[in-house]
Design a protein around this ligand. Structure first.
Ligand code: ZN
Ligand code: ZN
Length: 144
């Protein structure tokens, strides 16, 4: 889907725009994403670095490196605490939390569930999207 979509944090200090292809969106159920979001996981999609622009507030971004977390870093707004987009290690794309979007990205529903092997016991996945034990290259859990 080609579109221009805008996103922002809760306080609006950090704003970004994405042109070009976005989505699909996946849901990560890992324990870190659950803590980060305070919910059942993290709805996240990739945007090419070349199509991603910070509009305001990039200087407000704070980072937290999880001790013993194998380099795992969370990125969030220093004013309101919203998780914010961050680049992958290779710098080719951004991970974008879908809940930050202010425009309709076009995609509907999740394309995949990842880290289902560590999901919260109270979560029932009710859609038909493929479920992976860990990352997208891990065993499927929705097939016997
Ligand atoms: Zn904010
Ligand atoms: Zn996760």
């Amino acid at each position: 889907m080609e579109a221009r979509v805008r996103g922002s944090c809760l306080c609006g200090e950090i704003r970004f725009e994405i042109d070009g292809k976005i989505g699909p969106v996946g849901q990560c159920h890992c324990s870190k994403c659950r803590k980060l979001s305070g919910t059942d996981g993290n709805a996240i999609f990739h945007a090419a670095a070349s199509s991603f622009r910070w509009m305001t507030g990039e200087q407000e971004i704070r980072r937290f490196t999880l001790p013993g977390g194998d380099g795992w870093v969370s990125h969030f707004c220093g004013q309101c605490g919203s998780p914010v987009p961050h680049r992958d290690h290779g710098g080719r794309f951004f991970y974008v939390p879908a809940g930050l979007l202010d425009d309709d990205p076009g995609f509907r529903g999740y394309a995949a569930h990842i880290f289902v092997g560590s999901k919260a016991p109270w979560v029932c996945i009710a859609d038909e999207a493929p479920q992976f034990e860990a990352g997208l290259d891990s065993p499927r859990m929705d097939r016997a």
